[in-house]
Design a protein around this ligand. Structure first.
Ligand SMILES: Nc1ncnc2c1ncn2[C@@H]1O[C@H](COP(=O)(O)OP(=O)(O)OP(=O)(O)O)[C@@H](O)[C@H]1O
Ligand SMILES: [Mg+2]
Length: 487
């Protein structure tokens, strides 16, 4: 175990780490930070949720001269939400050094960003498209950048941003230090390392499996038409604190969201066709626990760090194993535990084996829960609420009424009636999810396919469009809140 002290981190950052509750450096931090602080270019690879943001953030902040109100650090990240999250984490790390990080991304007004840039942040975290826009309009000056960071480089490649990345790096002084984080090292990323980085050192935190071991992985073999009810049942039984449900297309995300809302869950959807404002508000509601189930395309698969996500469902199994690793990595972060449950149609069973082979991990088979199991699960939630109330609350004012009831009825009937009143009863609102073709293994093995597929996941870049504005029902609050213990 390595402490941050041993790495020789300055006191303002030590103070911030203490405030953030970071006691020991994670392995990727212990290896990357010293190398980067010595001035090396670094290529980093490590499992999901193991603290890569601070691994690149700390050495970058250390180098910044807080008196200079010029951009000295630049981070490029694939999605808007990730850019915002990384900027927030950097601002926490630099709190006592008076260094400010600003996120700039598409879908948000240009003029507001230009004003914020004029305020003199020392770090900018940007999505590639919007950053290039600012560079072309000369509304951003990156000629003083000393550290450039590419987070989720392979995903930026998948999204078709590779030329943008090259153009961005070419706009930064050559004496810069470059840190690159990528889950995989395809040829195009290797080319960047060879041509646009300076003798990079590779840090690869070795793990037996690509997935984090504190995520329990399950699969349910289930025909397409039973997926929705199975999800419904599973949610009822497990009462997740926060759950993310991944689906393959934007249309299905909308349909699953509406279906869950109709059945009384507090669910919201997120995908690339929603306006940026809607995307942010959905994510904030989910982070704040005002939404319990986030239904998403892969736009939410990479990098997002939301504490309290206990369950990840693959309503549709992803085409490629990499996506699987990142999706399930939204739970089990920073040493916590989590569960991942993947729905596999019978025709997709061979795809499951491919995923298991690539990730070197096994998923345990679950039998699909029945409606009866779900009902029992819901009753169990009520029972736990009752037990907690007995332990924690002063119930004297109810004693007289309880006594009267028990004089007139047998105790089983009285308790059963109370349970019935307190238990969420199933709504049988019919829900239809339009079907998709099962994933074929042959297709998945063709790596070129991933790119075209992602276009579907993310939609057109910077595209606006109609979001939905329905609020979820509130009646599951009690069930979910019981297990909520947010930090
Ligand atoms: N040394 C540490 N001690 C405790 N918590 C930490 C430490 N470093 C990072 N964390 C926390 O762990 C969580 C995950 O960190 P982060 O998002 O940087 O992971 P990541 O490796 O980038 O994951 P992903 O591959 O999903 O992008 C965050 O909430 C972060 O604040
Ligand atoms: Mg990350």
């Amino acid at each position: 175990m390595t402490t941050f002290n041993e790495i020789g981190i300055s006191s303002p950052i030590m103070k911030a780490l203490e405030k953030m509750g970071f006691e020991e450096a994670t392995p990727i931090q212990a290896e990357t930070i010293p190398l980067a602080m010595q001035g090396n270019d670094v290529i980093g690879q490590a499992q999901t949720g193991t603290g890569k943001t601070a691994a690149f953030g700390i050495p970058m902040i250390e180098k910044i001269d807080s008196k200079q109100r010029k951009i000295q650090g630049l981070v490029v990240a694939p999605t808007r939400e990730l850019a915002i999250q990384v900027a927030e984490e950097l601002n926490r790390l630099s709190k006592f050094k008076k260094v400010r990080a600003l996120a700039i991304y598409g879908g948000s007004p240009m003029d507001r960003q230009i004003r914020a840039l004029k305020d003199g942040p020392q770090i900018v975290v940007a999505t590639p498209g919007r950053l290039l826009d600012h560079m072309r309009r000369k509304t951003i000056r990156i000629n003083m950048v000393q550290t450039a960071i590419l987070d989720e480089a392979d995903e930026m490649l998948n999204m078709g941003f590779i030329d943008d990345i090259r153009d961005i790096l070419k706009g930064i002084p050559e004496e810069r230090q470059t840190l690159l984080f990528s889950a995989t090292m395809p040829k195009e990323i290797r080319d960047i390392a060879t041509n646009l980085m300076n003798d990079p050192k590779e840090v690869k935190v070795k793990a037996k499996e690509m997935t984090v071991e504190n995520i329990d992985q399950f699969f349910i073999e289930i025909p397409e038409k039973f997926k929705f009810d199975t999800l419904n049942n599973h949610l009822d039984i497990n009462a997740p604190e926060l759950a993310i449900v991944f689906s393959r297309t934007k249309k299905r995300v909308d349909e699953i969201t509406e279906g869950l809302q109709a059945r009384g869950y507090r669910a919201e959807g997120i995908h690339g066709d929603l306006t940026q404002g809607k995307r942010m508000s959905v994510l904030n509601k989910f982070k704040g626990g005002r939404v319990d189930v986030l239904v998403a395309t892969d736009v939410a698969a990479r990098g997002l760090d939301i504490s309290g996500v206990t369950h990840v469902y693959n309503f549709d199994i992803p085409q490629d194993p990499e996506s699987y690793v990142h999706r399930i990595g939204r739970t089990g972060r920073a040493g916590r535990t989590g569960e991942a449950i993947s729905f596999i149609t019978p025709r997709e069973m061979s795809h499951l084996q491919l995923i298991e082979k690539v990730t070197k991990s096994k998923m345990k088979r679950l039998t699909p829960p029945t409606n009866h199991d779900a009902q029992k699960g819901q009753q169990q939630v009520t029972v736990e609420n009752i037990l907690k109330t007995i332990e924690e609350k002063d119930l004297k004012t109810y004693h007289e009424a309880a006594n009267t009831l028990l004089q007139e009825h047998d105790s089983i009937s009285v308790v059963a009636a109370a349970l019935k009143l307190m238990t969420k009863e199933r709504r049988d609102t019919p829900v239809r999810i339009s079907s998709v073709a099962p994933i074929s293994v042959k297709k998945a093995q063709n790596s070129n396919d991933r790119r075209s597929n992602n276009k579907r996941f993310y939609g057109k870049r910077n595209q606006g469009g109609g979001g939905r504005n329905q609020g979820g029902r509130n009646n599951r609050k009690g069930n979910f809140q019981k297990r909520r213990n947010r930090d």
